[in-house]
Design a protein around this ligand. Structure first.
Ligand code: G6P
Length: 462
């Protein structure tokens, strides 16, 4: 078994507690993989420094996982994290060319920080290590490591969608970016759709030879494996959270505040990709069509703020405040508000309790790499009386979760229609759908995901 070097922008502890629920699971799985294989987890500390000295902060947790982090200078955070990663790549890869910023300085900052990371992590890599890099922050990192003489097996996993070729062509220097990506030995995507877009680009824009059976891309004599590895939740760990007093208390607290009404829930980082204004429009449409049911329904939206230095994130926050206010202004009474809009994060225990208390889970991103809230919502249901998942057909998770109610998140009518279907769904149908959904949630879990990717990486010839 090879030692593992994991590289990601965020290390172990996410900043926003409960943001999309998912990070706890991913962090847990990577910690488990590191415990099993031994190794190190390298990334940004989330802290700013006046001047980067090359200092690495190494810490070893009680169960033996070592993290190594560096601080970044203000300019680097602005140009690399807020800039190229989150104002250029994130919107573009979520099909939002309207929000994509093309600033020369952002691209330069991204290159510079990738170079800096490569130099900092290089001395930590031992000859037989498997190196596993995560997400859009670090696409060129493998290439920079190769330049520094690293011949180890290098894997990359993209947690977000890969855009269709026609959209990617709007990115200056797109070809350079994808060519550097091909310096990895293995590239993983969340599902077949994103993988197909990537292969389409490589074939049509770079003239690479593609073997779709094997899942490989060959260019200039180098072969890279490109496959779909759908990420899952840390099922056993999450279920254990559901057994805690905190989870039960959270469930009780929510249920007693809702009383006889039916509760629907959404849990998302406050991000424009999550389709939150469109979701509220769908709920307002439902209330307009069924005024007699307004008093029977409560919608709880948990939305911890995210990437707050970026204008598009400030704008989406204002839009949501206005919409939630409008819906409630028009439909509240002295003893009831139809929408509870909450800008803070919760622990996994509390989220488990909230999911279980809610008879409908609304997961309606306009575009999403996977979306683990959908999987956590299903996991948290009572199998004897499960709630209904309403899921965007544009979430990566839709491919595995065909037994959810799949909706077009852009259409308020479609959302309203499916809320009515969910509310009126008989117990038998709810159970039948849940029984099928729980299989993929339980089996295709995050431990299997890490094993598959690390196994494939270890199996590659060097
Ligand atoms: C998405 C990305 C992750 C990122 C997370 C939170 O899930 O794929 O790479 O860490 O959002 O965003 P943040 O910018 O706070 O790290």
């Amino acid at each position: 078994m090879s030692r593992l070097v994991v590289i990601s922008n965020r290390v172990a502890v996410p900043k926003a507690r409960g943001a999309a629920g998912a990070q706890g699971g991913l962090a847990g799985a990577l910690n488990a993989a590191l415990r099993k294989n031994g190794g190190i987890w390298f990334g940004w500390s989330g802290q700013e420094t006046d001047s980067f000295t090359g200092a690495i902060d190494r810490q070893t947790s009680d169960d033996g996982v070592t993290t190594a982090t560096i601080d970044l200078e203000h300019r680097d955070i602005e140009e690399y994290y807020n800039g190229y990663a989150n104002s250029t790549l994130w919107p573009l890869f979520h099909y939002r060319t309207d929000l994509t910023e093309h600033e020369r300085q952002f691209g330069k900052g991204y290159e510079r920080v990738n170079e800096l990371f490569a130099s900092a992590v290089r001395p930590l890599i031992e000859p037989d290590d498997v190196v596993w890099v995560h997400d859009y922050h670090f696409m060129p990192l493998g290439d920079r490591l190769r330049e520094k003489g690293v011949t180890n097996r290098l894997g990359f996993f993209l947690h977000i969608p890969w855009p269709p070729t026609n959209l990617l062509l709007s990115l200056p220097y797109h070809e350079r970016l994808v060519r550097t990506l091909l310096q990895y030995d293995l590239i993983g995507f969340q599902n077949d759709t994103w993988l197909a877009s990537f292969l389409h680009y490589c074939e049509n824009e770079l003239g690479a030879s593609i073997d779709r059976e094997k899942g490989s891309v060959e260019l200039d004599g180098r072969t890279t494996i490109a496959r779909a590895y759908p990420i899952g939740i840390d099922y056993d760990h999450f279920m254990a959270k559901g057994e805690t007093g905190d989870a039960r208390q959270a469930q009780q607290r929510l249920m007693s505040s809702v009383r006889h009404r039916t509760a629907m829930i959404g849990v998302d980082r406050l991000d424009y990709s999550k389709g939150l204004p469109e979701r509220l429009d769908g709920i307002a449409r439902f209330f307009d069509r069924h005024p007699e049911r307004t008093k029977d329904l409560v919608f709880i939206q948990i939305a911890p703020p995210s990437r707050e230095d970026i204008e598009s994130y400030q704008n989406i926050r204002e839009t949501l405040e206005a919409k939630a206010g409008q819906i409630n202004g028009a439909r509240s009474d002295v003893d009831r508000t139809p929408v509870r809009y909450v800008n803070k994060g919760y622990s996994q225990e509390e989220l488990f309790g909230f999911y279980r208390a809610c008879k409908i889970g609304l997961v309606t991103p306009l575009r999403d790499g996977m979306n683990l809230v959908a999987k956590e919502y299903v996991a948290a249901q009572d199998p004897d009386d499960p709630g209904v998942l309403i899921l965007s057909r544009f979430a990566g998770a839709a491919q595995q979760m065909q037994d959810a109610l799949l909706v077009n998140p852009h259409s308020p009518d479609d959302i309203a229609h499916h809320i009515r279907l969910a509310l009126d769904m008989p117990l038998d149908e709810r159970k039948a759908r849940h029984e099928k959904l729980i299989v993929t949630v339980r089996e295709d879990n995050v431990l299997r995901w890490t094993d598959n990717i690390i196994g494939d990486l270890e199996g590659l010839a060097r």
